[in-house]
Design a protein around this ligand. Sequence first.
Ligand code: ADP
Length: 403
Amino acid sequence: MKGPHAVEQTVLVINSGSSSIKYQLVDPTTGEALAKGLVERIGESEGHIQHKYGNEVVDLNEPIGDHEAGMREVLRLFDQVGPRLADAHIVAVGHRVVQGGRYFDGPALINDQVRALIEQLCALAPLHNPAHLKGIDVARELMPDVPHVAVFDTAFFQKLPAETATYALDREVAEKYSIRRYGAHGTSHQYVSNRVSQILGRKDLRQVVLHLGNGASVSAIKDGAAVDTSMGLTPLEGLVMGTRTGDIDPAVVFHLQRQTGWSADEVDTLFNKKSGLKGLTGENDMRAVRTMSISGEGEQRRRARLALDIYITRIIKYIGAYTAELGGLDVLTFTAGIGENDAALRTEVCERLASFGVVLDEEVNTSRIVRSTTISTPESSVRVMVVPTNEEYAIAQQALSLV
Ligand code: ADP
């Protein structure tokens, strides 16, 4: 990490969750993180703050009453540990916002009207937007002299073609309740697909991007524009995730409610927090599932292997569908925690795509990959890449573009 004095301008990127605040001071020209940290377990009896600057890592365990107290601690740490924000040439604060509804197809300078729209969208993202608003309000209050910019996870997918954005639901009901496919992880899909275009020096590409982290999504991109994506009204639809079901027959909801008497919130919690890899194996972390599939005891090992097979098959299904939608596939890209680090998963996915002419270069695939890399052979009819995502950098760039 360089000192901020050497950098002409910086952007403070804030991702405020229901009980956490993640932040990063970013050089928006290079993407370098000058300092970063997180506040966790806000509102619980024992909270935790970590702040990293250069070689210094400060960990504090203390109760953090609310987002305002957390944000004040962060500003104090910047002052005490560094870098001093007053000298950091901050040109904008970029806030990650999950749901921008039909209002935002790009970043927005936060004023009272934009704030009101983000608040109005809480009904569509009850787990996320209220938490973002807390972060936005506190940061605007504590840093009133810098422009604050909202960067929406849905923006890249706002221009999806009507046939992929629209559910086959009663038109009036869908209209009345703003039900459509908004997608999510858009900042990552846009950033990664742009990087691929930059690296290959062309925009006229049919791309599939696999963002495989705790949350997971896949998108189809043609000539730089998103044409389909796996997340829908909310980030629940699509691929199997750490704790989420992904695609499931909606009738499972009614069946469960009729059989058990569970409320909508209870089924919501089951689908969002207790399903996916966790529901299938007891573990939501891919590394643990992989280990279990190799060295677990009989039944445990069988369950972990089945979870991996379900996970991979869902990915293959989407790649097949998106290749057909795109009329062919030029580049398949893996990103995020699992996509960037799990070579075995990439091998298993690509083996299943042999009939599409995909040939992986196993030596490159299994080497330590730290930057954008092509992992297919020159003969492969689809180029396969690993491109590290960097949502903070993307948010900083988008925030800078408005100020
Ligand atoms: P988030 O969605 O929280 O940003 P990440 O993109 O950090 O998530 O991805 C987290 C996932 O990445 C976890 O399931 C973790 O197990 C997985 N992961 C990280 N490193 C590896 C690795 N070396 N091999 C396999 N999976 C990994």
